[in-house]
Each structure stands twice: as C-alpha cells, then as structure tokens.
Write a protein that binds this ligand. Structure first.
Ligand code: BEZ
Length: 303
C-alpha cells in the first residue's frame, strides 16, 4: 500500500487492526486498543506500580473471583505451569482478586499441593481489597466498595502489548475454568501480528490442513496465516514470497495465505502426512482429462 508520497507503508497486523479502535475511552470503560489503567498495589511479591513493573514488555493480567475456591485453585496452578513458556516469549504474568495479599499467600500452599508440589508460583498475585483495580478494568460493577463481600470479580484475562495497549480480553463466569493453552496461543498470535503484516485464521495453528487448493495439492498450508488486506500484491511478493491466493466464487483475492515458515510463526500442531499417492492419482486423472479433451491426432492412451 503506497502513502501520499508514493512510498510503501507496510503495516504490521497490530498497527493495522489497532487503527480500528481508539486509544482513549470516552466513558471510563476499558476496550481493545485503550491504554490500560496504571495502578499501585500490594502483591505476594511486594508493592507493584503496574506500568513500571511492566515496562516495555507484553503482560497478562489474570483475575480470579476468590481464594480458597475450587476452580480458581486449578487455574492458578495451571497458569503456573505455563509461566516458563510465557517468560520465554517475554510475557509477564500477574494475577489478582479482591482478597487481601495475606489470604493469597496462605492459599498458595493449597494451589501448589494440588499440583502435587510440582509447581512454583513465580508471578505476583495482587490484593485488590478496595476493588479499585477491578473497577478500573471493568471486572466488577463500579458501584461496589471494599466494605462489600459481593460481587466478586469475573474471570478476566487482559493481554497487554509493550505500549500498554489492551490487545485482547477474555471474560469467563465463575463456573467455567479457563484454558491456559488458549491464552498462550493468543499471546503467540498477537506477537506474530505485532511483527508481521498478517492475521491468524480460525483455529490457528491448526488451520487450513484440508482446505481445497486445487487438484493434486502437495503443499501443506497447515498453520499458515493471512496477509492483511492492506498489503498490495507487489508488497506481498517482495515480503512474503510463495503466498497462495485462494479461489473464491466472488473471484475477490482477499484470502492470501502465507506459510508459517515464511513469517517465522509456529508450524501447525500435528501434521497429517501429505498423501503423495492421492496427489499422483489426481495428476494422472488431470492428464487423462486433458488427453481426452484433445482431438485424436494419432493413438495415445494412458491407463
Ligand atoms: C471457584 O470454584 O473457583 C469459585 C466458586 C465459587 C465462587 C467463586 C469461585
């Protein structure tokens, strides 16, 4: 895509998609694209100033409704098991509930025991007894105060980028525990579109294994990603070689797949082996059809 000066302006997925949402909020609500509220709090690892603690990193802020409850106990344990993978992706983790830090610390012994003592809780757990952070982040009704025991915070996940923008949020009720693999997948997808001019399809990286790409397809597009609609074909050829434009009834060329290897992304989960016999059979059928369509200029049969 060329700008007014005729220069190429190839935007990352984050830059392109975040132009859809404003940075500021007009009603104190927190929505995607907004700069997340800063706060000071006590945590199980000492005092925290959120933006200072986060610096220029990715971060997950993860809330749970209450300490000493069953689903929350499993969630904190399972999140702890993902901590090292997230740290390797330069993504910090902090969790929060409206219980005081003393309660968090006592509860963590149970959390660790319930994971057969195989985990260490390496992230801080914020005590939000006055409910100010929960309110600022929209996890609880703004009319509640520290004098109340109810309502509790929802199960929220906020994934925040290095510029402190809210990139993704998930909201779950108390009765449904979250899937930590999905949270890690979201961070991976966000980090990929932060660097490249791409967006990830449904079920990525387990996508496009069986999509029709023409007869005799031998290329595996599992785990591939979409080029942004703002990337011109010239830019795509220069920056993302080998992309595949899917045929559609509309004939509009908007489904342009790039293989994961080209963007440095994860190659999709378990791969089905490419069926070479089926590809050869399809190629023979195509040749036969071509020969059959030609006027007989002699004798030629393929069997
Ligand atoms: C839980 O199981 O995590 C839970 C139960 C009741 C209220 C809040 C959380």
């Amino acid at each position: 895509m060329a700008n007014a000066a005729g220069l190429s302006e190839i935007k990352s997925g984050t830059e392109m998609y975040m132009t859809l949402y404003p940075e500021g909020s007009t009603d104190k609500g927190l929505r995607l694209g907004n700069i997340v509220p800063d706060f000071k709090a006590d945590t199980t690892q000492g005092p925290m100033e959120f933006h200072t603690w986060k610096k220029d990193k990715w971060a997950i802020l993860f809330s749970h409704p209450a300490d000493f409850t069953p689903v929350c106990t499993t969630e904190i344990g399972r999140l702890a098991l993902k901590y090292d993978s997230l740290a390797a992706m330069d993504c910090l983790v902090a969790t929060l509930s409206v219980d005081p830090v003393k309660s968090h610390t006592e509860w963590l012994t149970d959390v660790v025991a319930h994971c057969e003592n195989k985990i260490e809780i390496k992230f801080p757990i914020i005590g939000d007894s006055d409910r100010s952070i929960s309110t600022a982040y929209g996890m609880i009704d703004p009319g509640t105060s520290g004098e109340q025991t109810l309502p509790l915070t929802i199960r929220a996940v906020f994934i925040i980028n290095p510029e402190n923008k809210l990139m993704l949020s998930l909201n779950y009720p108390a009765c449904v525990g979250r899937n930590m693999d999905e949270i890690v997948r979201c961070v991976k997808a966000l980090q990929l579109s932060y660097k490249k001019s791409i967006a990830t399809p449904a079920n990525w990286p387990n996508n496009h294994e069986d999509i029709p790409m023409g007869e005799g397809r031998t290329t595996d597009y599992k785990g591939s990603v979409f080029l942004l609609p703002t990337v011109s074909d010239e830019e795509a050829k220069a920056n993302y070689p080998g992309f595949h434009t899917c045929d559609l009834p509309s004939a509009k060329p908007y489904l342009r797949l790039v293989k994961a290897e080209v963007v440095g992304g994860e190659v999709g989960g378990e791969k089905k082996p490419v069926d070479e016999t089926a590809a050869l059979k399809a190629e023979i059928a195509k040749l036969k059809a071509e020969v059959a369509a030609k006027p007989a200029a002699g004798c030629c049969t393929i069997s």
